[in-house]
Design a protein around this ligand. Structure first.
Ligand code: S3P
Length: 435
């Protein structure tokens, strides 16, 4: 099991290209596999999570070719070419589908599998096996799919069927739940809709619309009319805001730093951290704003600035959902206290991110109060070096490595193999900024 050792940093300076967007990479593979015709995906994220989605669709007969620099290639020279099978062209997998660590793979696949005339079993690693699947099983069962599982946790078997459209009032703001129901809705005669308590990321909606699905958005309700033929597309995946977030925050926290982070997706359903850091006093500018494959993109310029504590709640939570671990690190080094509430969802991520972050920051000398749905963090000038358990959670591992850049001495982050699920080459990229 690997670990990261990190020390108080010299200024971070330079330009970086973060990895491609994970959420968009998953969706590009799914919708291209369900389209009729050949799609090309450029700048796909070759990390373990989206590769689990590629493998799943290959197991169901989608023809997926990787051209260019090989499977580990980065950038737009590596292409994925998918010969879509149409909505009803997938075949039953011969073996169980392994979703690895990826909740997005498992939950979105549940939606697709609900519309198939066959059964498939989905399994995952130890972390995914602890994550709740009832949130998709419930609406998909109402539509007519059948599930077998141990109390709503993986592994689970989905048996597709003739689906009825539903109007689903989701109890959680979750793009995975919303996307899963919308994907199943493609197989219904009629209109399926999902209403969320707050808006979650909208990549599925943007991509479905571009593929020619009849999709409508009315405030917090998204509806799709089933049975449309999906068109293939040529997609360039923007770089991942959630991965850029570690470097944005590092650039703000480490004295003397100035970083330009290139070609980053700035979809407003994802950029809560940017708004929050600005409200905490950070200097962040967006340059070269443009649109790429239906998604807003920009270069993000950050420089070191002292921060002050803030309160975060309500509709900021889903827009920041994957950035709370790194936001907690920013809060630990801000002046005054930061209070995060309304973020109970953090308890069911790759780890219980409320408890994991609370334990990690306490080890580094920070006073933290754990709430049922968030945390209160009292900021300090510097952190104490410590040995930190990542609990196998990629975003905790990277966040605590960034925390180590402001600790007096050597910090060790344990169990860091998980970083490969979303950000292969994370430490190497950080080191390019320290030269
Ligand atoms: C994702 C949605 C979010 C997010 C996850 C990726 C997606 O999960 O935390 O990392 O790609 O749809 P929830 O839908 O559970 O909020």
């Amino acid at each position: 099991m690997s670990e990261i050792r990190i020390r108080y940093s010299t200024p971070l300076r330079g330009e970086i290209i973060p990895p491609p967007d994970k959420s968009i990479s998953h969706r590009a593979v799914i919708l291209s596999s369900l389209a009729e015709g050949t799609s090309v995906i450029r700048n796909f994220l070759f990390a373990e999570d989206p590769v689990s989605t590629v493998n799943a669709f290959r197991q169901m007969g989608a023809e997926i070719k990787i051209e260019g620099q090989g499977t580990r290639g980065r950038g737009q020279e590596t292409k994925i070419i998918i010969n879509g099978k149409g909505l009803s062209g997938l075949s039953a997998p011969e073996a169980e589908i392994d979703c690895g660590n990826s909740g997005t793979t498992m939950r979105l696949l549940c939606g697709v599998l609900s519309g198939q005339p066959f059964s498939a079993t989905l399994k995952g690693d130890a972390s995914l096996t602890r994550r709740p699947m009832k949130r998709v099983m419930e609406p998909l069962s109402l539509m007519g799919a059948a599930f077998k599982s141990e109390n709503g946790y993986p592994p689970l078997t989905v048996t597709g069927g003739y689906l009825q459209p539903i109007h689903y009032q989701s109890p959680v703001a979750s793009a995975q739940v919303k996307s899963s129901v919308l994907l199943a809705g493609l197989y219904c005669d009629g209109v399926t809709s999902v209403t969320e308590p707050e808006r979650s990321r909208d990549h599925t909606e943007r991509m479905l619309k571009a593929a020619g699905a009849h999709l409508a958005v009315d405030n917090l309700t998204v509806s799709v009319k089933g049975r449309a033929t999906l068109k293939p597309s040529d997609i360039i995946v923007p770089n991942d805001f959630s991965s850029a977030a570690f470097f944005m925050t590092a650039g703000i926290l480490v004295p003397g730093s100035e970083i330009l982070i290139k070609n980053v997706g700035i979809n407003p359903t994802r950029t809560g951290l940017l708004e929050i850091l600005r409200s905490m006093g950070a200097e962040i500018s967006l340059e070269n704003e443009r649109e790429v494959s239906g998604e807003p993109v920009a270069d993000i310029h950050v420089r070191h600035t002292p921060l002050k504590g803030i309160e975060v709640s309500g509709d900021m939570v889903p827009k920041t959902i994957d950035e709370f671990p790194i936001l907690c690190v920013a809060a630990a080094l801000a002046q005054g206290h930061t209070k995060i509430t309304g973020a109970k969802e953090l308890r069911v991520k790759e780890s219980d991110r409320i408890t994991t972050m609370s334990n990690a920051l306490k080890k580094m000398g920070i006073s933290v109060e754990e709430l049922e749905d968030g945390l209160i963090i009292e900021g300090r000038e510097r952190l104490k070096p410590a040995t930190i358990q990542s609990c196998g959670d990629h975003r905790i591992a990277m966040s605590m490595a960034i925390a180590g850049l402001r600790a007096d001495g050597e910090t060790t982050v344990l169990d860091t193999d998980c970083i490969k699920t979303s950000f292969p080459g994370f430490m190497e990229l950080l080191e390019t900024l320290q030269k």
